[in-house]
Design a protein around this ligand. Structure first.
Ligand code: WTA
Length: 568
């Protein structure tokens, strides 16, 4: 059972210095996440403990101890340093969920460079805008993804190295490309850890907004303090746990809680680099004897769809604690999981920007299915009036979610975009951009986002990015992109387009456009439906009114249309 004490106890006299003490950190010391997640764990006597159990396609398996993680991250770090990568240079990790991704992440941090993980599913356009924004110096990738880098490399003079971790020598590498094999490299016993401080930049995660290109959320090494403590208290990780975080490190959950959290606690984690299937997941839990499982609502809804019978065919008795993040976790999913697994999925709410969990269902706390829970100790959260940004104290009244700045894992800026960063703060609060109410017991209830960003299966997709990409298709004159309801993913991307003269609306063209977007951006951003229209609703100033299209999709009231352009 949990040994972390009650929510009330943990809130009494709470101070983040508690985590600093446990981690042996004092103000002004060097703090390096790469070192904390490997060297320190070895120094604590866990060198031979398993850190990572990995399963790939075709039943491939690998396992690493903390000492092996330490050595391998040294080896990657030393290799990058040898290439000339310096502190604060951005190094992109563009790989499937293979061990090199997890280990490379620590290696990059050890030399003081900034880790920029990106989903390997990204197409060349999505990749380019993120590398170009960060002026990335090196990209670590796999042979199968090199073609996407080659497509855009001529536009990126700053990208000096393309490191291929699984090159088989069969096809020649090109200029700027270099092979590196963790298996064949001579292990580097020790490297000089860059003396990063609390405020040194660590990770750059890209997230989508409604307007403009994706924003680079910049974190610092001090984020470890929140990530460590939230992992310990909310995920309740203990020494003998086998932890499974299903998230990809291209997404913040996969780094904060798929690398930093568990490894800074010296906990064994397992990774499955194979697509979703209910049977596959249950077999994995059974075989690996997973005890703590951190996942997302879309996966849970997919498991619900697969039914109760398949659950009964597996021995899932190792499970003792389940948590979820990324999208609204509907009450049905919580109730169902309690029924079939004997354990409710506990919801957690946070963002790329917040770096660590903000609203949580603390273990032991009464679970109210459908609620996101209460603020983690040390977090001051409120709902605010959308105009005055004053705190709303009336239970049940919906407002904007605001957090008082000051927790360790908070982003420090948006890369090269300080203005947008500053715009996130109002009246002394950081605004998350979501809406919620608070009930009379202090539980938060999510009601929706305050912008047009589409949350499809936990992945944020910017309508702007998809619209821009659509306009690059030869047939598309204008486009508007909104969320459309979906049973499993909650929301999927739907596009409305007007065609250029000479192009005929057809199913064939729809498929071509979908494929165009899938390749350019990613399968997640690909519209699931394209509706051809004669014109798009616009404001008098010419802005497309996505709100109207959205309302139509969701069968909602259209509301105020006084700024709508007259329909000629
Ligand atoms: C949404 C994810 C409802 C929300 C770690 C937020 C949620 C955005 C929840 C951040 C939840 C996350 N209930 N909505 N428990 N958790 N969200 O940056 O809109 O990819 O602002 O980080 O996901 O998504 P991001």
């Amino acid at each position: 059972m949990s040994n972390i004490g009650s929510y009330e106890d943990r809130n009494k006299d709470f101070d983040w210095s508690l985590a600093e003490k446990e981690l042996g950190y004092k103000d002004g010391d060097t703090i390096n996440i790469g070192w904390y997640c490997s060297d320190r764990i070895c120094e604590m006597g866990k060198a031979d403990k398993t850190a990572l159990i990995w399963e790939g396609l075709g039943g491939k398996e690998k396992s690493y101890t903390f000492n092996e993680i330490r050595l391998a991250s040294n080896t990657i770090g030393a290799f990058l340093r040898e290439l000339g990568i310096k502190a604060e240079d951005r190094v992109c990790l563009f790989m499937d969920k293979i061990p090199e991704l997890y280990i490379g992440f620590l290696g990059v941090l050890k030399i003081g460079a900034i880790a920029q993980p990106l989903f390997s599913a990204f197409g060349d356009e999505s990749l380019f805008v993120r590398l170009d924004n960060a002026k990335t110096s090196a990209i670590v990738t796999q042979r199968k993804h090199v073609a996407k880098v080659r497509k855009i490399i001529d536009k990126m003079p700053y990208l000096k190295h393309v490191i291929v971790v699984d090159d088989d020598g069969r096809k020649p590498l090109r200029e700027r490309e270099i092979a590196f094999s963790l298996e064949n490299a001579v292990p580097v016993e020790s490297i000089e850890i860059h003396p990063t401080k609390a405020e040194s930049a660590s990770v750059l995660h890209y997230t989508s907004g409604t307007t403009g290109q994706p924003k680079g959320v910049q974190h610092v090494h001090y984020s470890l303090i929140s990530q460590y403590l939230t992992t310990k208290w909310v995920l309740d990780l203990q020494d003998d746990d086998i932890y499974w975080c299903t998230a990809d490190p291209g997404w913040v959950t996969g780094t904060s809680y798929g690398i930093i959290g568990p490894w800074s606690l010296g906990v064994t984690q397992c990774v499955k680099d194979v697509g979703f299937s209910a049977v596959g997941w249950y077999e994995f839990i059974q075989k690996r004897k997973v005890t703590v499982w951190y996942s997302a609502p879309t996966a849970i809804r997919s498991l619900m769809k697969a039914g109760d019978e398949v659950v009964k065919k597996h021995d899932l008795s190792s499970l003792r604690h389940l948590a979820s993040v990324g999208e609204p976790l509907n009450s049905e999913a919580v109730i169902w999981s309690e029924k079939v697994y004997g354990l409710p999925f506990l919801d957690t709410y946070w963002q790329t920007e917040t770096g660590s969990m903000m609203l949580t269902n603390f273990p032991g706390m009464k679970v109210k299915p459908g609620s996101m829970g209460k603020p983690f100790p040390g977090i001051t959260a409120a709902v605010l009036d959308a105009e005055t940004f004053e705190q709303i104290n009336e239970p049940g009244k919906v407002g904007l979610i605001g957090f008082k700045p000051g927790w360790p894992a908070m982003m420090r800026t948006y890369w090269n975009n300080e203005e947008t960063y500053k715009g996130k703060f109002k009246n002394g609060w950081y605004l998350s951009g979501d809406r919620s109410s608070i009930d009379n017991e202090g539980y938060f209830w999510f009601t929706g986002r305050d912008d047009d960003v589409i949350n499809t299966g936990g992945h944020l997709v910017s309508p702007f990015e998809v619209e821009s990409a659509l306009l690059e298709h030869e047939a598309v004159a204008e486009s508007a992109v909104v969320a459309k309801p979906d049973e499993v993913n909650m929301e999927v991307v739907k596009a409305f387009v007007t065609l250029k003269p000479g192009f005929e609306a057809s199913v064939d063209l729809e498929l071509k456009i979908m494929n165009f977007i899938r390749k350019k951006l990613s399968p997640l951003a690909m519209p699931q439906e394209i509706e051809y229209v004669k014109s798009l609703p616009k404001t008098r100033s010419g802005k497309i009114m996505r709100r109207l299209l959205h309302a139509k999709e969701w069968g909602e009231e259209i509301g105020d249309t006084s700024t709508l352009e007259d329909d000629e």
